[in-house]
Design a protein around this ligand. Structure first.
Ligand code: COA
Length: 376
């Protein structure tokens, strides 16, 4: 760990003031999977803790799932898209290499003042995105940010590979961050990587790796499960310890750990290393499987909405993924959900319709402008 400490502006904190999640309605159970590959409900539950996962509808993508999660987050913060300064999307299954998923969502929200870009750090992406957004707020560069983790991993899974297809699912989660002078919010974030382990967990982009390569490698997720398992248990524990120490706290000061939901046995083993009882760990893997960048925000949102996580709780979010990457964030959760004012709710809904009209008019104007300029 480097000794460098960020130079935050005094008295500026980045609080999470809104949150939302989107889970597709279609469920794929372990028994359904046993019809597709040589596996069983018992094997999957015993080795992973997963019972079912959600699969996006044909018309859905990380854009639509992320957009719906973002709209819910804006509603819970009772904010208008216009108030956003930055949108950061973490995704491992983007529809486009560019434009960034964040830009498409920016347009659909009508967030006219927001910068927007994507983060690719595999399943650790949400922690990275949260770290970047919180730091931007704390240094005083921006006041508000929307951070989204969104996936349709079902589109990059090889459904004939029983070693991987049992693990993954689709979904999205979003946080709204806002500047405040009240101490708390995102206290510390640590981010790590080790590219020497890139071959343990990867998905080709579909682009040919060499000019004269005969064909592109298919866009499937590939993995050395046993090696990833070993790496994961180690780094989940070390990153949790590190972020807690950085905040000048002890593990006993933490109310909830929200780990990346990749495998129940990984979570249990990592928490065992930390001697943290399961009652202080948020776990929802049995219903969603591994949703990559969406798994941590989805788990947080469910725990907040069920009343598990409440005001004044200290949370550690900790994740790992391809890259290899890993990281953790420590958060003081101080906000009680707002009851959105009906007028602003109406303004938001009207704003989404206006955003679609504005986007259409901008495209039309660009088209006409090109025509006029060509004629000159
Ligand atoms: N159903 C039934 N049997 C399966 C199976 C499945 N879905 N997948 C693998 N097996 C078999 C293997 O072929 C192997 O058979 P063999 O002993 O005859 O060769 C046996 O089960 C054990 O395989 P192994 O890979 O050692 O199992 P495991 O206990 O390590 O569990 C994973 C496999 C993938 C569940 C586990 O390694 C894992 O979760 N790793 C981490 C993956 C991860 O989190 N990736 C995402 C990171 S973000």
């Amino acid at each position: 760990m480097s000794n460098h400490r960020p130079n935050y502006a005094p008295g500026r904190y980045a609080h999470i003031v809104g949150w939302g999640m989107e889970a597709p309605t279609r469920t794929l159970t372990n028994d359904d999977l046993a019809q597709m590959v040589d596996t069983s409900d018992e094997w999957i539950r015993e080795r992973t803790g997963i019972s079912e996962r959600r699969i996006a509808d044909a018309g859905d993508s990380p854009i639509t799932l992320g957009l719906r999660a973002a709209r819910k987050a804006l509603a819970s913060a009772d904010m208008l898209p216009d108030e956003l300064d930055l949108i950061v999307v973490a995704t491992s299954s983007p529809v486009y290499l560019f434009p960034a998923t964040a830009c498409v969502i920016q347009d659909k929200l009508g967030a006219g003042h927001a910068g927007a870009f994507d983060v690719m750090a595999a399943c650790t992406g949400f922690i990275y995105a949260l770290g970047i957004a919180a730091a931007q707020i704390k240094i005083g560069a921006i006041d508000t940010a929307l951070v989204i983790g969104t996936e349709t991993l079902s589109r990059i899974v090889d459904w004939s590979d029983r070693g991987t297809c049992i693990l993954f699912g689709d979904g999205a989660g979003a946080f709204i961050l806002r500047e405040s002078d009240a101490p708390g919010g995102v206290l510390e974030v640590v981010m790590h990587s080790d590219g020497s382990g890139g071959n343990l967990l990867y998905a080709p982009s579909g682009i040919r790796s060499q000019w004269d390569a005969p064909e592109a490698i298919p866009v499937n997720a590939r993995m050395n499960g046993a090696e990833v398992f070993r790496f994961a248990t180690h780094v989940m524990a070390s990153a949790t310890r590190e972020v807690v120490e950085r905040a000048g706290l002890r593990l006993e000061d933490i109310d909830w750990v929200v780990p990346h939901q990749a495998n129940l046995r990984i979570i249990q083993s990592a928490m065992g290393r930390l001697k943290l009882p399961e009652e202080r760990v948020v776990i929802n893997i049995s219903r969603y499987g591994n949703t990559s960048t969406a798994s941590i925000p989805m788990a947080v949102v469910e725990a907040v909405e069920s009343g598990q996580i409440g005001p004044d709780n200290r949370l550690v979010l900790v994740g790992f993924g391809g890259g290899l990457t890993w990281g953790a964030a420590i958060i003081e959760w101080e906000v009680t959900p707002k009851r959105p004012a009906p007028v602003r709710e109406l303004m938001r809904e009207a704003g989404y319709i206006l955003a679609a009209i504005r986007s259409f008019l901008r495209r039309l104007w660009r088209f006409l402008e090109a025509l006029i300029l060509r004629e000159r």
